[in-house]
Write a protein that binds this ligand. Structure first.
Ligand code: ZN
Length: 188
């Protein structure tokens, strides 16, 4: 990312919305915004293999592994405004499991770019499956979208829920039900 170029664009944007980019409070804003956007979109510049970084461990157990209530922050690709909420991930390992913190890293890797919640959910499920060759994966995400809350329909309290189920979580109803009850959802 060319930060100098982004700073120039932010100065132009400030002018276009009716601001004076040279007033004191805004002097450093283009620099701060460029830095923030570099961080918020660093998923584009990361490699998933580096993110997982060999934190895949051998395991004989093949029970369901659940991580609940992982925070997620992303940016909607239609308005470039944040959406944020919780992500729940479950998977059934075959011979390999992922280090717990890596689930959060996978979420950030996919979330730190322009997204729609449906694609974000599906890509996290696919990444988890590929990382450990899981027999099945389920991802449920519940998010609030600032583009809905601050503008447009101005619905402040609505959550959007998306889900992606792969492998046995898709094919086997009892596996899916176990996942849903472990993450505290009666149904989808
Ligand atoms: Zn939006």
């Amino acid at each position: 990312m060319d930060k100098q170029r982004v700073q120039e664009l932010i100065r132009e944007l400030l002018r276009e919305i009716g601001e004076d980019p040279d007033r004191e409070g805004l002097l450093k804003t283009p620099e701060r915004v460029a830095k923030a956007w570099e961080f918020l979109t660093d998923g584009y510049r990361q490699n998933l293999q580096d993110v997982i970084n060999n934190a895949v461990f051998a395991s004989e157990a093949n029970n369901m592994i659940i991580a609940r209530d992982i925070e997620v922050y992303s940016l909607c690709e239609h308005h470039m405004l944040p959406f944020y909420g919780k992500c729940h991930i479950g998977y059934i390992a075959r011979k390999k499991v992922l280090g717990v913190s890596k689930l959060a890293r996978i979420i950030d890797h996919r979330a730190r770019r322009l997204q729609i919640q449906e694609r974000l959910t599906a890509s996290i499920a696919a990444d988890v499956r590929n990382a450990v060759d899981a027999e099945g994966v389920g991802v449920v995400m519940e998010c609030k979208h600032l583009c809905m809350m601050m503008r447009g329909v101005e619905k402040q309290h609505s959550f959007m829920t998306t889900s992606s189920v792969l492998g046995s979580f898709h094919d086997d109803q009892s596996t899916r039900m176990e996942f849903l009850s472990l993450i505290g959802r009666p149904s989808l």
